[in-house]
Design a protein around this ligand. Structure first.
Ligand code: NAD
Length: 423
């Protein structure tokens, strides 16, 4: 007798995953062949190899990338990642997701991403600054306020953005604050930017919870990843009355069914380098966290965490994709079958690029907005996008990921068509 077909093998390459998601949307929309070919792969890819002098006097060569997936709707926009596993395919996928994300929330940008294969934790501050400045110099021909605007991502932060801005400004002989977003407030950063991705996660989780009749007060939350995104999401969900019952990072995890204070977790992380071992908590592994009995699972680490191998064990009712590409395409049908409401990445974590856009506008106008104004505009943008995705999913009888991609691909396709081909 033939064995029953098991779950599909995980799609471990993020670019293959991003293209698979695009294909689903293109099929759903009945997109014609020429448009598919334009949108299915990046418009421009830059690879650089550059030397950096280390503190011990030696020289090390690093590899870096900037990929601009699509610029039909505006200048390219996307983060810069410093991580040992960063490679061209990862950056391609992340650039493609940025295109869809901007289109979905109505930000007039295209999609890009950049990265350097390095371990920022093993570099001194001086080495990190030298690496950042040299990488920026290598990219000076392809980034700029009207062309491509980088932002922080995994392994980078506001300080790295300040160095990027300063480097490009020195080269051009004028201050160019709008060349990067996610800068420190002292050099043109926006109120609300550092919490923006977490705030957008909260907004979309609130939206989904309301639609399925779940109360956030007392809801049990597990968070994978406790960096820029995971820490803010945990703190804001906790402030909204939810209970943070488990958190993991790359080194380990902490759990307490009664709830943990994210502020204390962060203090422990700053003192020790991990949330693991925080006072009053028990250890938990990543695999255990993904399978934990909870109401809301926030993914805020890296790609490819929920796959066909572990998707069947997810017990959360809402899975919020704070990270980009945390779920492989083969896991989606399993999650659907189990009734997990997945808030897809291009919607869930779009708060970051939304406030990046606000920062760029403030820089261009040389007129800063108040925190209240930033958050009010962000809330409206996230709620509008979430409503559109939810309604499209219901109307077409599809899941939220396909609905989000369909809306976004449709918008980019329309812009491409209306602009026409040159020459
Ligand atoms: P970060 O470097 O600040 O934090 C990443 C966190 O994930 C750290 O706590 C790290 O320890 C943890 N981590 C790494 N590998 C892990 C693993 N295997 N298991 C468990 N934890 C692991 O990065 P970030 O800026 O918070 O980005 C996280 C995710 O969110 C990425 O997918 C990124 O692309 C996405 N994102 C970031 C922003 C932003 O504004 N920074 C915006 C949108 C999306």
């Amino acid at each position: 007798m033939e064995a029953a077909p098991g779950p599909e093998a995980p799609v471990t390459n993020p670019y293959a995953a991003a293209q698979r998601q695009f294909d689903r949307a293109a099929d759903h929309l009945g997109l014609e062949r020429g448009l598919r070919d334009i949108l299915r792969a990046p418009q421009r890819e830059v690879s650089v190899r550059f030397p950096v002098r280390l503190d011990d006097g030696s020289t090390r060569v690093f590899e870096g990338y900037r990929v601009q997936h699509n610029m039909s709707r505006g200048p390219a926009k996307g983060g810069v990642r410093f991580h040992p596993a960063t490679d061209l395919d990862e950056v391609r996928a992340l650039a493609m997701w940025m295109t869809w994300k901007c289109a979905l929330v109505g930000v007039p940008f295209g999609g890009a991403k950049g990265g350097v294969a390095c371990d920022p934790g093993s570099l001194s501050r001086g080495e990190l600054e030298a690496l950042t400045r040299r990488f920026t110099t290598e990219l000076q021909g392809v980034i700029g306020p009207d062309v491509d605007i980088p932002a922080p991502d995994v392994g980078t932060n506001a300080q790295v953005m300040a160095w990027m801005m300063d480097t490009l400004s020195m080269h051009r002989g004028m201050l160019l604050p709008a060349v990067v977003t996610g800068k420190p407030l002292a050099v043109g950063g926006s109120e609300g930017r550092s919490d923006a991705t977490g705030q957008g996660i909260l907004d979309t989780v609130e939206f989904a919870a309301a639609r399925i009749g779940m109360r956030l007060e007392g809801a049990r939350v597990a968070v994978q990843g406790f960096g820029n995104v995971g820490e803010a999401a945990a703190r804001l969900l906790d402030a909204r009355g939810a209970r943070i019952i488990a958190v993991t990072d790359v080194r380990g995890g902490a759990r307490n069914a009664d709830g943990m204070d994210p502020v204390l977790l962060r203090e422990h992380l700053l003192a020790t380098g991990s949330v693991a071992g925080a006072a009053g908590t028990a250890p938990i592994s990543n695999e255990e966290l993904l399978a934990l009995d909870c109401d809301i699972l926030v993914l805020a680490a890296l790609e490819g965490q929920v796959t066909s191998r572990n998707a069947g064990r997810v017990r959360a009712r809402i899975m919020a994709e704070g990270a980009n590409g945390p779920t492989t395409p083969d896991a989606d049908p399993i999650l659907r079958e189990h009734g997990v409401v997945v808030i897809p990445d291009i919607l869930c974590n779009a708060g970051g690029v939304a406030v990046s856009y606000f920062e760029w506008v403030q820089n261009r106008e040389a007129f800063p907005w108040s925190a209240e104004e930033v958050n009010a505009r962000l809330g409206r943008m996230m709620t509008t996008a979430a409503t559109e995705v939810w309604d499209r999913a219901e109307r077409d009888g599809i899941d939220m990921r396909l609905a989000a991609h369909a809306i976004a691909v449709e918008r980019v396709a329309r812009a491409t068509l209306v602009r026409g081909l040159y020459p």
